[in-house]
Design a protein around this ligand. Structure first.
Ligand code: PMV
Length: 324
């Protein structure tokens, strides 16, 4: 059998309706559906070459050799599907503006799923790729697609995958990432969501509310109502972070600078500028807005943050193969 080196690019995504908790930890089946926007600016390029002469998998990130344990565990799934025993060279580059702390497991595993499956001569359709990417990191299943994407929670490996949201909106949507923290996560998303599912007394309310938020955000998209859309996304993120405060032991991803960022966005809202914040498993704040308002929003945020802390992204494309 012949193996060629295959390279792929996948863009990161930011959830507007969050995934925060698993039904099945091993297969990464989430508790609720989620909805995201894939971004153009932040992406991962990964190349994979299966090599019959290798004795173990190798993995470099940004040209630096890394522990390959997680990559190997993911490649085992690919090897099993393809029926091949060979190890691989995996090289990844994260294209995230300098040390922004926005490197994401979503773009990483989506790029790895696409490159590794092709390198193993598997031909998977997009749904199959999404299922495969999910096995690396839940949010990665959404990065197989561009634009607005929904992850259907499902109940097992077959039924848990993402697909584009079939709604056209008129918005020239942007996301401004406010980089407030360059340190490592205090608690990983995996550990954080596990603790919340196990200990938050509000968890069942979150599941119920996240489906209500999902219906409402889709209705706002159908109605082309950007203000309602943004408000729902902002409140959904706050509910996710409220769960963390209600866990035992409690934890939070908020840093003082995150609160400063959120307050600045609220000031803009009081000036009737349609911008809304969201936050994930880290201290950075992302501002959902439209291109027409970006200059005004940046001017206001610049009162406190420097230009290199403010990164503007737009809607991004689906994962795709690169020519080597
Ligand atoms: O897929 P993970 O383990 O990176 O978890 C992602 C969790 C959030 O980013 C907080 C929410 C989401 O839906 O992306």
């Amino acid at each position: 059998m012949n193996f060629a080196k295959v390279s792929a690019r996948a863009h990161t995504n930011i959830a507007l309706i969050k995934y925060w908790g698993k039904k099945d930890d091993a297969l990464i089946i989430p508790q609720n559906n989620s909805l995201s926007l894939t971004l153009d600016h932040f992406y991962t390029d990964t190349s994979v070459l299966f090599d019959p002469d290798l004795t173990h998998d190798t993995f470099t990130l940004n040209n630096v050799s890394q522990d390959a344990t997680n990559v190997s565990a993911f490649l085992n799934i690919v090897r099993q599907k393809a029926g091949i025993p060979y190890f691989a060279h995996v090289n990844s580059t994260n294209h995230v503006p300098t040390t922004a702390g926005l490197a994401s497991s979503a773009s990483a595993y989506a790029a790895l799923a696409l490159a590794a499956s092709h390198a193993a001569n598997l031909s998977l359709n997009k749904t199959e790729l999404s299922r495969l990417a999910r096995r690396g990191s839940g949010s990665a299943c959404r990065s197989i697609f561009g634009g607005f994407v929904e992850w259907f929670a499902g109940t097992d490996d077959q039924s848990s995958y993402a697909a584009p949201v079939p709604i056209n909106v008129d918005w020239d949507i942007c996301m401004i990432a406010i980089v407030v923290d360059k340190r490592h996560k205090k608690i990983s998303s995996r550990a954080g969501m596990q603790r919340v599912v196990a200990t938050s007394p509000y968890y069942s309310a979150w599941i119920k509310q996240s489906y209500a938020d999902l219906d409402a955000i889709k209705a706002a998209m159908n109605a082309n109502d950007f203000a309602t859309f943004g408000q729902i996304a902002q409140e959904n993120a706050l509910k996710m972070h409220a769960l963390n405060l209600s866990a035992h032991p409690a934890f939070s991803y908020f840093e003082p600078e995150s609160i400063v960022a959120m307050n600045l966005v609220e000031e803009l809202q009081q000036q009737n500028i349609a911008c809304y914040y969201t936050m994930d498993a880290g201290a950075n704040v992302k501002v959902i807005c439209q291109q027409q308002d970006v200059a005004k929003i940046l001017a206001h945020l610049s009162q406190h943050f420097t230009a290199d802390q403010l990164l503007v992204a737009k809607s991004g494309p689906a994962a795709h193969l690169l020519s080597n």
